[in-house]
Ligand binder design. Structure first.
Ligand code: HEC
Ligand code: HEC
Ligand code: HEC
Length: 443
């Protein structure tokens, strides 16, 4: 028995190695035959080869071999790594639509982008190496050959003072920052709560009370630059000529004043007070709490259909239809959680939704396995949190997507699968298929 289970595993591993090797050689064959124009261009400018070498060893895993932001780690990251071919940069000292300066790029590489996966490289690379890799990155886009960055003039800095901060809060109203960042900088009362970047990837509007998450730094000058230049490739607009230089500085001083201490630099009492505030906030604003829980518990990861790079199909977030095959139990396409009356949760009562979440029983009485959806853990949530989740789900705009019910494996195949699992100790896979298992046309 021992022996046979070993040999079946060895065969499986060997088969996997063959498949992976074949895939790799097929891929490298393709890349070798047709080098992307971007990397060819970058190679031509990088005479020493230093930039390329550093890029390939340090950056490609996230930013991709040809710089399109599609490295092997990319699908796990939010926000996704920058696409250097598009050359849309967030952290600039330059006019909206303009390229960043070399110093802007060097700063981002040296310091990293706080609150994202982009590491700070200053302790790992020398100044010269950072310059070389930045040259290589620039050469990945043709724009750096033909365009010159235009640095924005911020006018004379207004030092912070209670008066300046008070004036700044008026400017915050006037320029309608609250529409996206909320009346308190933390999203309370925001009109828009879902954001995507130019690559249809979800991103979040910054929480202005958490300065340590600001990609480009949190001094008055940093903040002032962000709203005067905009963050290219994202919905964060540029407020170029919307107010006088002095008003812009007042606004920056106001945003700095919203910043709170991070939990790790608080005293024990401060931490307790912070958590009490958060709890009161959750009670007062269940939809916001529900949204937070849904995003952090990963509901959209399963309940949104994706493409072969695990990118949510456009407009289909939470519309269900991701097909999850749990061998040997069956196929479990995820349900449509939008508020659509016919195909989503619009036709479910609150109690039915809660029963699905905490007991794994669907509206029609179908009982779910304890996986892939981990409802036995959800059952341990506090009632307030379950209610908050339901409250948030109710706010998701309807998307018509008729998802078929789960289907169990045909009995003989199921028994064979069970036999393999229990007797041959063959761990069954959970497979996730790209595309939508639902039907989006009515009738
Ligand atoms: C672990 C993943 C990871 C690695 C490794 C990595 N980056 Fe990044 N990088 C990111 C992410 C994620 C972003 C986008 C952050 C955002 O959009 O807020 C980014 C953004 C950038 C930006 C854009 C700044 C802007 O203004 O928009 C530059 C430039 C950059 N990276 C350069 C590099 C260089 C050069 C290297 C190698 C020395 C590197 N990165 C390595 C994840 C990574
Ligand atoms: C249309 C929606 C929208 C409006 C209006 C808006 N923002 Fe933003 N803002 C965003 C989004 C989205 C991000 C996050 C971008 C990212 O992470 O890539 C952001 C990010 C920021 C950041 C973080 C910068 C960093 O370094 O990470 C600051 C500061 C900021 N906004 C300030 C403001 C101020 C001040 C105003 C008003 C003048 C304003 N925003 C108006 C959507 C908006
Ligand atoms: C690991 C994948 C996965 C995760 C994570 C997940 N679900 Fe599910 N969910 C499923 C599957 C599979 C089903 C059952 C198939 C179906 O819906 O018919 C399901 C069913 C449901 C149903 C019943 C709806 C219906 O039409 O069948 C609700 C409601 C639901 N999930 C809510 C949630 C919420 C809320 C979260 C986050 C707290 C969540 N799910 C997280 C996979 C997942």
């Amino acid at each position: 028995m021992e022996k046979s289970s070993w040999s079946s595993k060895t065969v499986a591993v060997a088969a996997l190695i063959i498949v992976v090797t074949a895939l790799f050689s097929a891929m490298s064959g393709r890349l070798g035959a047709q080098p992307s124009s971007a990397s060819a261009r970058a190679l031509a400018t990088d005479s020493s080869g230093n930039g390329r070498r550093i890029y390939q060893t340090r950056c490609a895993e996230c930013h991709g071999d040809s710089g399109r932001g599609d490295g092997s780690a990319a699908i796990f990251l939010m926000p996704r790594p920058r696409d250097f071919e598009a050359a849309k940069y967030k952290i600039r000292t330059t006019e909206t639509g303009s390229l960043p300066t070399d110093d802007d790029l060097i700063r981002s590489v040296r310091q990293g982008l706080y609150g994202s996966a982009m590491p700070a490289w200053d302790s790992l690379l020398t100044t010269a190496e950072i310059q070389d890799v930045v040259e290589y990155v620039k050469a990945l886009s043709p724009r750096f050959k033909s365009e010159t960055p235009v640095v924005v003039d911020l006018g004379a800095q207004v030092p912070s003072s209670p008066d300046s901060v008070a004036r700044g809060s008026q400017v915050y109203e006037k320029l309608q920052c609250r529409k996206c960042h909320g009346s308190d900088g933390r999203g309370t009362g925001a009109v828009t709560t879902e954001f995507q970047d130019d690559w249809q990837q979800p991103i979040a509007a910054a929480d202005l009370t958490e300065p340590w998450t600001m990609r480009g730094g949190a001094t008055a000058r940093d903040i002032s630059l962000r709203f005067r230049t905009g963050m290219s490739g994202t919905p964060m607009p540029s407020f170029k000529d919307s107010a006088s230089d002095a008003e812009m500085w007042d606004l920056a001083n106001y945003v700095v004043s919203l910043g709170r201490k991070p939990v790790w630099s608080m005293t024990a009492e401060e931490v307790q007070a912070q958590y009490a505030r958060e709890e009161a906030d959750a009670k007062a604003n269940p939809v916001k709490r529900g949204r937070y829980l849904v995003e952090t518990l990963g509901c959209p990861l399963c309940h949104s259909p994706g493409d072969d790079k695990a990118r949510v199909l456009p407009g289909m977030k939470m519309a269900g239809g991701l097909l999850i095959r749990v061998v040997p139990f069956g196929d479990y396409p995820t349900g449509n959680l939008t508020s659509d009356k016919q195909t989503g949760l619009g036709g479910w009562t609150d109690e039915e939704i809660k029963r699905a979440l905490t007991k794994g029983i669907l509206k029609d009485g179908t009982r779910l396995l304890p996986f892939p959806m981990d409802w036995p853990s959800f059952a341990n949530m506090k009632p307030d949190d379950i209610n908050a989740i339901v409250a948030y789900l109710r706010t998701i705009p309807p998307v018509f997507n008729r998802v078929p019910p789960p289907s169990r494996t045909f009995l003989p195949f199921y028994l064979w699968g069970k036999f393999k699992m229990l007797i041959l100790q063959d761990d069954p896979p959970i497979l996730i298929y790209p595309g939508n298992a639902g039907v989006t046309t009515r009738g």
